[in-house]
Write a protein that binds this ligand. Structure first.
Ligand code: AMP
Length: 282
């Protein structure tokens, strides 16, 4: 696996491979890699003959400085893990100046309203930061295909919007959520949970599974009340939001229409650690 530590090294590598006619698959990450990340590279391996990964902790997408400061950094272990899978041909590790040559600031984006819901509401500026770094990575890597996890479903939809509206010609591929044994969605932030809390955190996905059952028989109002009741009695987790949204517009719904599809979204705090999850409603 090639390790590319500057924009210049990446540019030369991409040019060489483009000249050889390689089809390039790309998955960006912030490191502290787990099986959820590896599933993106495995999906890319099947559909491309060159797979590029990146690790960059993007400062502009953190609305909370403590979250940025405490974000896990495990570069040596990440490199070894990637080498052991054999799914990645090149790992791009840019410096902040490679991504932000004119100062660490976000551009501002209109994602057609997708940015105003859920994560956008609770994390001011988050999607401007995500848009800025992903657009820059796309311009530098110039992939044919890019892979994003459904774990961050709103982000995935926003990146699809970005690629289409900027006519970047990059096909965005959704990858299903990988979960720990107890159902907890894998996340780099899980590393910061105590083993007791991490075990208990299976209740977040179990709640979404119950929502999926209730979805068939109860009103949204009743479902929301039940979810709030579950968290009111919860020892470890505080509910930040629970939303059932239209899968296309991501707007919260208070009524189910037969010809639309819906997804439940949740954000909770375990102490100061924020966890998100979502589930398509059958
Ligand atoms: P991150 O390193 O958290 O920025 O995530 C990088 C990419 O990995 C994003 O496209 C995420 O949606 C994806 N990802 C993170 N966790 C998971 C998971 N549990 N299952 C699938 N994809 C994931």
């Amino acid at each position: 696996m090639e390790i590319l530590r500057s924009k210049e090294a990446l540019r030369a590598y991409i040019e060489r491979n483009r000249e050889m006619g390689k089809i390039i698959g790309f998955a960006p990450t912030m490191g502290a890699l787990h099986d959820g990340h590896l599933s993106l590279f495995a999906a890319a391996r099947k559909e491309n003959n060159l797979v590029v990964a990146s690790i960059f902790i993007n400062p502009t997408q953190f609305n909370n400085p403590a979250d940025l400061h405490n974000y896990p950094r495990t570069m040596e272990a990440d490199i070894q893990l990637l080498q052991s899978t054999g799914d990645v041909d090149a790992l791009y590790i840019p410096a902040v100046s490679d991504m932000y040559p004119h100062g660490t600031k976000s551009k501002s984006y209109d994602f057609g309203g997708l940015e105003n819901q859920m994560e956008g509401r609770f994390r001011t500026g988050h999607f401007d930061g995500v848009g800025t770094v992903v657009e820059e990575l796309f311009l530098q890597v110039r992939p044919d295909n890019a892979y994003f996890g459904e774990k961050d479903y709103q982000q995935l939809r926003i990146i699809e919007h970005l690629s289409q509206s900027k006519k970047m010609g990059i096909k965005i591929h959704p990858v299903p959520i990988m979960r720990e044994k107890n159902g907890l969605a894998m996340s780099s932030r899980n590393e910061r949970l105590s083993s007791e809390v991490r075990q208990a955190a299976g209740m977040i996905y179990q709640t979404l599974q119950r929502v999926d059952e209730w979805f068939r028989v109860l009103s949204i109002e009743e479902i929301k009340k039940r979810v709030e009741d579950i968290f009111a009695k919860e020892k470890y987790f505080n509910l930040e939001y629970f939303v059932i949204a239209d899968e296309q517009t991501l707007e919260e719904t208070d009524f189910f229409y037969k010809d639309r599809s819906y997804r439940a979204f949740i954000a909770v705090y375990a102490g100061e650690i924020r966890l998100i999850d979502n589930k398509h409603l059958e």
